[in-house]
Design a binder for this molecule. Structure first.
Ligand SMILES: *Cc1c(COP(=O)(O)O)cnc(C)c1O
Length: 369
């Protein structure tokens, strides 16, 4: 059994994907060009924002967003304590200080109440200037943007949506990657919309930030690539990857519907036996992961062992909360109480979920659990 079945996806859409790759190779345009411009237009339209700027990966996308805002030394950037490392990793790169915020055990996402407390704590201490919030759409469910937006507005903070796992999700009719002042995503192969290598994108309605991101991603270019007006980086989405993504976007919504149906099947069978993931009313998840919580670490270990014996892969996302990672031991960080993140990291388990999973496979997995 596959945890994410990219092989079946490819075999179902082989002709279209092979055609797009072959066409790009024959054109001998490997950087930029029409496929990249077209994809950016398609993605901006899909998400419902003015600008989409593609880049090399989801980590660069986050960094580019912070660079566009000029986030730096002395700034506090509020980050959920339970996320993939990148979300927090980019903050010290800019010179700013990450402040870890606890999560909500039902959604795995940043707790708006904990955010409010963390901002108040940093303000009271007076050492750092609260500057931005990075909210993550963890496992595919958008963060609680209505509440988070109210806080960022009241406190004068910028909001960055890390939609690396959330692309395709919605709150009502509004799509993920449109909730931040700047939003980002990743096209890493096993993300909801994945390419055949690394890739990422930045989304915003703001013309000035869009222009800055376009400059930063090409060595701080001015009028042209050799007129460097600031220090930037090299962060491009390959033309072949853009061509693959355009093909995959055509059947993306259908895949998401399948994932939602299958997640429902999991929950029906597991409810009351383990803690099943909760999707808030009006929210639509892209189901980057289907993650359950056990009563304790020992029970999780036993379930994992049983699944493994039966040849079923399962993964612990994430084993450690950000504040417990060695990489941040020497980094200047302001820690708030993150008891929920700590607890969840000891009890969570992500199960196989992809658009091509069979209900009979779900029966087998849930039976073992
Ligand atoms: C995958 C991921 C990233 C980073 O994306 P890359 O393309 O691997 O650099 C950032 N944030 C979250 C939440 C992710 O899951």
């Amino acid at each position: 059994m596959e945890f994410k079945d990219l092989k079946t996806q490819y075999m179902r859409h082989k002709e279209a994907i092979d055609g797009a790759i072959a066409k790009t190779v024959a054109s001998a345009q490997f950087i930029g060009g029409e496929p990249v411009t077209r994809l950016e237009k398609q993605l901006a339209e899909y998400v419902g924002v003015k600008h989409c700027i593609s880049c090399a990966n989801g980590t660069d996308a986050l960094l580019l967003g912070l660079m566009a805002w000029g986030v730096g030394e002395g700034d506090a950037v509020f980050v959920p304590d339970f996320t993939f490392f990148s979300t927090a990793e980019v903050v010290p790169w800019t010179g700013a200080t990450p402040v870890f915020v606890d999560i909500d055990a039902d959604t795995f996402n940043m707790s708006p109440q904990a955010l409010e407390e963390a901002v108040a704590g940093v303000k009271a201490e007076g050492r750092l200037k609260p500057r931005a919030v990075i909210a993550v759409d963890l496992f595919g469910q958008p963060a609680e943007y209505e509440k988070i937006r109210r806080i960022t507005q009241e406190q004068g903070l910028l909001l960055l949506e890390d939609g690396a796992q959330g692309f395709g999700g919605r709150i009502g009719e509004k799509r993920a990657c449109s909730f931040g002042d700047i939003s980002t995503t990743s096209f890493f192969p096993v993300k909801p919309l994945g390419c055949y290598g690394d890739g990422g994108a930045v989304f915003t309605d703001n013309d000035e930030w869009a222009q800055l991101v376009r400059s930063f991603k090409v060595h701080g270019k001015g009028e042209d690539k050799y007129d460097n007006i600031r220090l930037g980086m090299n962060s491009r989405l390959d033309t072949i990857q853009a061509a693959v993504l355009s093909e995959k976007l055509a059947f993306f919504d259908e895949e998401l519907e399948n994932c939602n149906r299958l997640a429902g099947a999991y929950t029906e069978r597991l409810r009351g036996k383990v803690k099943t993931p909760e999707i808030l009313p009006g929210y639509y998840s892209s189901w980057a992961q289907y993650t359950v919580q056990f009563a304790d670490e020992k029970m999780r270990g036993e379930a994992m062992g049983r699944l493994k014996e039966a040849g079923i892969p399962s993964m612990i996302y994430y084993k450690k909360p950000m504040h417990a990672l060695h990489a941040f031991a020497d980094t200047q960080t302001y820690r708030t109480d993150c008891g929920t993140a700590q607890k969840v990291s000891g009890t969570c388990l992500s199960l196989p979920l992809h658009a091509y999973l069979q209900e009979s496979e779900i029966d087998k997995i849930t039976g073992l659990i």
